[in-house]
Structure formats: C-alpha cells, structure tokens
Design a protein. Structure first.
Length: 394
C-alpha cells in the first residue's frame, strides 16, 4: 500500500515542497489553541479567549480567499513570504498587547487574515507537477490529507505541553518561527511552483465557475461535522466523569482517519469523483449514527474508530473534485474556498452543538455530525466536474 506514496514522493522536488508545506502548516493546529490558552491564562476569561479565537478563525476564512487569489495571479514565492511576515507581525502585536483588548483584536485579526492557505498552496503544486498523471495526483492529494490528520493530532498536544512546561507565549512564538521558516523554504523552491496566471475577464472569480459554488457548502458540511462532533465528545467525556478521555477519543478518530486515507488514496478507482464523494460521505453519515446510541466512553471510542476510517476518503475526494471543477488559473483560490467553507462550518457546528448539549444533552447533539455528512452527500450529487481534456482521467 505504501509503494504508491513512495512513488509519488519520488517526483522531482516533491519531497522538498511537501516537507516545507508540512512545517508551514503546523501553526494551523497550534495558533488557535495557543490563543485560547494565553488569554485564559493571563486574563482568566474564557469568554474573551473564545471570542479572540473565533475572530482569528473568521479572519482566516475571509482572508485566505483573497490571499489565494493573489497567489494565483502573482505566484507563490513573493506572496507566501509577505503573508508569513504579516502573520508573524500580527501574533507579535497580540503578544505585546499587555492584555489591551483592542490591540489583541487587531493582532489576531491581522494574523488570521494573513495566515497563508498552505493546504491549498501545496495541493496546487501537486496538481502542477502531476498534471499529466491523474491517478498519482489523487494519491498525492491523499498524502496531504494524511498529513493534515497528523498535524491536527500532534498540534494540540504539542501546544498544551509547551504552554504548561515552557510558558503561555511559547507556542505562539514557535508558530511564528515555523510559519516564516516553512514559507521561506517553500518560496525558494521555484521549479515546482505553478505558473502565475494574471487574471483576465474570462477567469473572473472562481465561484463563477460551474459547480464550484457547491464546494464551500460541501466543505461547510464537513466542518459542521468536525466542530459538532468534537464539542459533543468533550461534553460526553466530562459528563461520564472521564474528561481525560477526550484526547484519547479524538486521537483515535484522527489516527483512524489517517489509516482510512492511506488505504483509499493508494487505490485507483474507476468510479467518477462525484459518485465517490456521494458514497463516501453517505457511508460516513451512517458510521456516525452509533454515537447517538452510546452510553459509555469505551463505546464512544469504538464508534470513533469506525467513523474515523471514513473521514479522510471523503476529504480526499472533496479536494480532488474541487481541482477538477476549475482551470489551473483558479486552482489555489478554489481549494481555499472549500477550506474556508469548512472553517465557517466548523464554527457553526461548534456553536450549535453547545446550545443543543445544554438544552437536551449529548445524544441529540451527536445527530449533528450525521446531518453534516449527509448534507455534503446531498450537495455532491449536483457537483459535476468539467470535461477532462486528457483521456482516462476520472
């Protein structure tokens, strides 16, 4: 199974640019939790911590669309360097705010709005270097989804540990270093970067492309799933008297998603991408139903293992379908629209799950992830890829 990934990583320059992107992407799993820990630890206000973290996420969702459009037009190198420096400047303003709320807001909004859309950037590189080999391109997208799972498995644990053992500001300083260093390394690799595509009248906004408007909504469905599931797992574990089990359950969820992605990504599927997404997201919805019925932490851990296996295949297919819907000139922006939809869906799912848990309990809240998966499946029935010019591409 691993031979498919080894073959893809032997593509000239691929190991270097995916390594650089991995480093630059680690702050995605560090910064928001680090902001919460810093604010809660210095002010004692979880409400202020949550509000600033939300401002950071919303600014990222909006800013990434603009920055990805600039990347498509101006190229990756210069834009990534500028964004990483502005991102670090924003976090620095936040850290030097001396708990002045206005300065903290300015800092987190600047950092969020200029956080580079590294996931979209690296997938655009893969699409460029493997443009003539659709099966290997799909495996490369699977590889990046697996790295996403790894990042969001180790990131929160790393952040919490460093904040406790070194200091509350340490994770944010590390995030600045990783972001700047990773972006500089990635920007230096010009041979594998996609060509610049100066915007013309024929291009317009990526959302004007047929079917592309569905992808942020599909991403929102998955974000809704993740946000509502994670909050409900936290509440379920606390109500069961085992709050420490949250990390284990979500760790199993992420690890099994990586395993599912490894298996799914190495295979060549003859089924059209649209149908793959409908099937994988439908299966994911069914796999989440047992969580509604569980009454113990071990049972929830088991259901998380089963559901986790179905996550990465759905995400892999989502990104592959997004790539197929647009021309290369709009690829980074299009992938970022999907990511931004996921971020906003996550925020909405988190908020509604909290309300539902307080009102009627965790069993009802576990219905929300099911609805998120099935809404993505329903929307996917309408997403038709553009015709592929080369034969054999599915």
């Amino acid at each position: 199974m691993l031979s498919s990934y080894r073959e893809v990583l032997r593509t000239p320059g691929a190991a270097r640019f995916t390594g650089a992107a991995f480093i630059a992407r680690l702050p995605l799993a560090i910064a928001m939790l680090a902001i919460v820990l810093y604010v809660a630890g210095t002010t004692g206000s979880y409400a202020q911590a949550g509000a600033l973290a939300a401002a950071f996420q919303v600014a990222y969702a909006a800013g990434a669309v603009v920055s990805s459009r600039i990347i498509d037009r101006r190229g990756q190198a210069t834009t990534l360097i500028a964004l990483s420096l502005l991102y670090s400047a924003g976090l620095l303003v936040f850290l030097l705010s001396h708990d002045v709320l206005l300065l903290q807001v300015i800092g987190v909004v600047l950092a969020g709005a200029t956080q580079p859309p590294i996931g979209a950037v690296v997938r655009a590189r893969w699409a460029h270097v493997l443009a003539a080999d659709p099966d290997r391109k799909r495996t490369a997208f699977a590889w990046e989804s697996i790295l996403d799972e790894l990042i969001f498995t180790i990131g929160p644990l790393f952040t919490a540990t460093i904040a406790v053992r070194v200091g509350l500001s340490a994770p944010l300083i590390i995030a600045m270093v990783l972001m700047t260093g990773g972006c500089l390394w990635l920007a230096a690799q010009r041979s594998t970067a996609p060509a610049r595509h100066p915007r013309t009248e024929s291009h317009g906004s990526a959302l004007r492309q047929p079917g592309l408007w569905l992808m942020p909504l599909i991403g929102a469905g998955f974000g809704w799933l993740f946000g509502s599931y994670e909050v409900t797992v936290v509440a379920f574990s606390e109500q069961a008297g085992m709050p420490g089990a949250t990390g284990i359950i979500l760790g199993l969820w992420a690890a099994c998603s990586g395993i599912g992605g490894l298996w799914f990504g190495h295979r060549a599927w003859s089924m059209p991408l649209q149908r793959q997404l409908v099937i994988t997201s439908t299966i994911l919805g069914f796999a989440l139903i047992p969580a509604v019925l569980v009454r113990s932490v071990p049972a929830l851990a088991l259901t998380s293992i089963l559901a986790g296996v179905a996550i990465a295949p759905s995400l892999i297919t989502t990104y592959a379908l997004t790539e197929r819907l647009v021309a290369p000139a709009l690829l980074t922006e299009s992938l970022t629209w999907t990511n931004s939809g996921m971020i906003l869906g996550y925020a909405a799912g988190t908020a509604l799950a909290g309300v539902l848990i307080d009102a009627v309990g965790t069993s009802a809240s576990f219905v929300l992830p099911v609805l998120g998966a099935w809404s993505a499946a329903l929307l996917a029935t309408r997403a038709t890829p553009r015709p592929e010019p080369s034969p054999g591409l599915r």
